[in-house]
Design a protein around this ligand. Structure first.
Ligand code: SF4
Length: 359
């Protein structure tokens, strides 16, 4: 963070690490540091828990002894932790500028407008909203208020099944690729999946497509996971016939279709851990995670799938050791993550439905 005091900006990594470790030791279980898999290596090394957004939200909900929860990730993750933990617990995001561009692709106004339009087109259908974890807290609240739930890439299929038991159509936002890939895994045909066009008039053709659809998708996407292409897969298979390709479901459908395995960040970590020694694995997900897996599993050959396009999440990369050190050394004086009570109640309902269905 540019606004950090000089003594944090000038300190070297070894000094910052030692200072963070000293605070953690002094505070014991009163302080919990959560680190997302896409954080820098040195931040992950200091996490009490490392995981994806699903795993870490479960931990945040269960960290009963912690007075302070520091979430090294992006804003929607820290807000989900704030929503799930007890009111007296304090939640922090070490770099407040770390957002998620995909989450910002669906505004509250746009989604509300879309919801009303879809209901007008299908007045007699029960429509269930499902919000991806990567979304604004206000939209999680919208989902909770309207009977829906949150999902992550770990449990999207279970969430879709849950919603189809309660409604005829699903309205899923904001990641079109996770929505499309999950719909296909559940046996839906392309014509049963409609990509909504926000901010434009719904034509007669669109109306018919919405009526025919089982799943209505928002046109959001992750700029990191959509960097991977089918060409990258073809090049790998031509060069290394024994390669195993594993990708995240935020990748485009043709990439998911061409892979040997697809799954959440936690799934990818397990895939690498359980692969045979000597395996060659090309991974379609964020570079910091792939680099850490390669560094940890030196008995396997681990590569990033594109090899060229630098699939790095610059938002995850924003959190530095200096940010983390500043946060843990100033817990009682710096701003916590706060959410309006009314929004929190509805968002919590949607998040708790997700935790109930499991992954
Ligand atoms: S990797 Fe993609 S979805 Fe995840 S925080 Fe970065 S931009 Fe958002």
């Amino acid at each position: 963070m540019n606004s950090l005091p000089e003594n944090y900006r000038a300190a070297g990594d070894d000094e910052l690490t030692a200072r963070i470790e000293a605070v953690k030791k002094r505070m014991g279980k009163r302080l919990v540091v959560l680190a997302h898999h896409y954080q820098r290596y040195e931040i992950v090394s200091l996490g009490d828990y490392i995981g994806d957004s699903y795993g870490l939200s479960r931990i945040a909900a269960k960290s009963a002894e912690a007075e302070y929860i520091v979430f090294c990730g992006v804003r929607f993750m820290a807000e989900a932790a704030r929503t799930l933990c007890r009111p007296e617990q304090k939640v922090y995001l070490p770099n407040l500028s770390a957002g998620c561009p995909m989450a910002d692709m669906a505004s509250v106004e746009q989604v509300n407008e879309a919801w009303e339009s879809i209901k007008q087109v299908c007045p007699s259908s029960t429509i269930m909203p499902i919000s991806y974890m990567n979304t604004l807290t206000e939209l999680k609240a919208f989902t909770g208020r309207n009977g829906g739930l949150i999902c992550t890439s770990s449990n999207a299929e279970v969430a879709f099944k849950w919603a189809f038991e309660r409604g005829e159509k699903l309205f899923f936002f904001p990641d079109q690729h996770l929505g499309r890939n999950t719909s296909k895994r559940m046996g839906l045909k392309p014509e049963q999946v409609y990509l909504f066009k926000p901010d434009s008039q719904i034509s007669k053709t669109d109306q018919q497509a919405i009526i025919a659809a089982k799943v209505i998708l928002w046109p959001g996407y992750c700029y990191v996971h959509t960097k991977f292409t089918k060409d990258h897969i073809d090049e790998w298979r031509a060069r290394e016939p024994k390669v195993k390709i594993v990708v995240h479901p935020e990748c485009r459908q043709e990439v998911v279709d061409g892979a040997d395995a697809v799954g959440s960040t936690a799934f990818i970590v397990r895939y690498v851990e359980t692969a045979a020694i000597g395996s060659t694995i090309a991974i379609g997900t964020e570079l910091n995670l792939v680099s850490r897996l390669a560094r940890t599993h030196t008995d396997k050959n681990i590569f990033e799938l594109s090899g060229e396009s630098c699939a790095i999440c610059s938002n995850m990369f924003r959190t530095s050791l200096a940010d983390l050190c500043y946060t843990v050394e100033n817990l009682d004086t710096i701003p916590q993550i706060m959410i309006d009570d009314e929004i929190k109640t509805d968002a919590r309902t949607a998040l708790e439905r997700m935790l109930e269905i499991g992954g």
